[in-house]
Write a protein that binds this ligand. Structure first.
Ligand SMILES: C[S@@+](CC[C@H](N)C(=O)[O-])C[C@H]1O[C@@H](n2cnc3c(N)ncnc32)[C@H](O)[C@@H]1O
Length: 261
């Protein structure tokens, strides 16, 4: 799939996605993934950063609140419009811009750091996107990103639960399948039935890569691997938010930090 076609899918999802995440239906993001990502992040106060695939800007705003001078880019104009509207309501000094991560509209060595929260696995040419991220970082700058876990969230993952709802196991398949723009159709798991009945599901092109492919393109882009994490809900969090309990059996997300040599 070409980047322009993938971008059209994201634009088509953006209106509903914004409404649903802002209503709190992405429990994985808000309760587990973003807190773990921020816990892994080195201090960014006073640093200039780029948020690649910023969506409606919730995570971009977290970075601004902890002191980063941040620019957010996204390929879907509707996301940028919502992110900018939030910035207009509560100014945090964030600059938003519509742009494709495959072709970043910034000069070489422009940023101290870059982040990509759950966006790189949605891009058709991750090699190009990572080379672009490396290009706009200053030497010694870092990129931290989260993706669906290549090993434990390949194109097929099914959570098997006991009758009482406890997670028994996770069934996986298709780790080695070439997956270039296969459309995945889903809602956020906690979306109420009434909303489900009234809303078209997301249609998201998926570009799955094996773990070794990710490491290979990261190194080829000129990065040095620095840290990795696999967020897992604590027993207390899983009890409070049962939907997250699968991450105690096998992780759903992989976090990676890499530094431009
Ligand atoms: C799963 S959403 C995550 C949004 C946001 N980072 C968050 O964590 O809430 C993936 C985002 O990546 C964006 N995206 C996908 N392909 C892109 C590309 N080629 N360039 C820039 N953004 C892209 C989508 O429009 C979408 O906003």
């Amino acid at each position: 799939m070409e980047p322009a076609e993938a971008a059209r899918y994201w634009e088509a999802n953006a209106e509903t996605w914004t409404r649903h995440v802002r209503a709190g239906y992405d429990g994985y993001r808000d309760k587990l993934n973003t807190p773990a990502f921020l816990a892994l992040l080195p201090p960014v106060t006073g640093l200039s950063g780029l948020d690649i695939g910023c969506g409606e800007g919730e995570n971009t705003r977290h970075l601004a609140r902890i002191g980063a001078r941040i620019t957010g880019i996204d390929v879907a104009p509707t996301f940028i419009r919502y992110a900018q509207a939030a910035e207009d309501r509560e100014p945090l000094g964030i600059h938003y811009r519509g742009a494709d991560a495959h072709e970043l509209p910034f000069a070489d060595n422009s940023f101290d750091f870059a982040v990509a929260f759950m966006s790189l696995m949605d891009m058709p040419d991750q090699r190009r996107a990572l080379c672009e991220a490396a290009r706009v970082l200053r030497p010694g700058g870092f990129l931290q990103f989260s993706i669906l876990h290549p090993c434990f969230a390949p194109p097929y993952r099914r959570v098997l639960r006991e009758k009482d709802g406890a997670v028994r196991a996770i069934e996986l398949a298709r780790y080695f399948d070439a997956c270039d723009g296969e459309i995945e159709t889903w809602w956020f798991s906690t979306l109420p039935e009434v909303e489900r009945a009234a809303t078209e599901p997301f249609r998201i092109p998926r570009f799955h890569r094996t773990l070794s492919s990710w490491v290979e393109i990261l190194l080829q882009a000129g990065f040095r691997l620095e840290a990795m994490a696999e967020p897992s809900a604590s027993a207390e969090l899983a009890a409070a938010e049962p939907i997250l309990a699968d991450t105690r059996v096998a992780p759903l997300f992989l976090h990676v930090r890499a530094r431009k040599a």
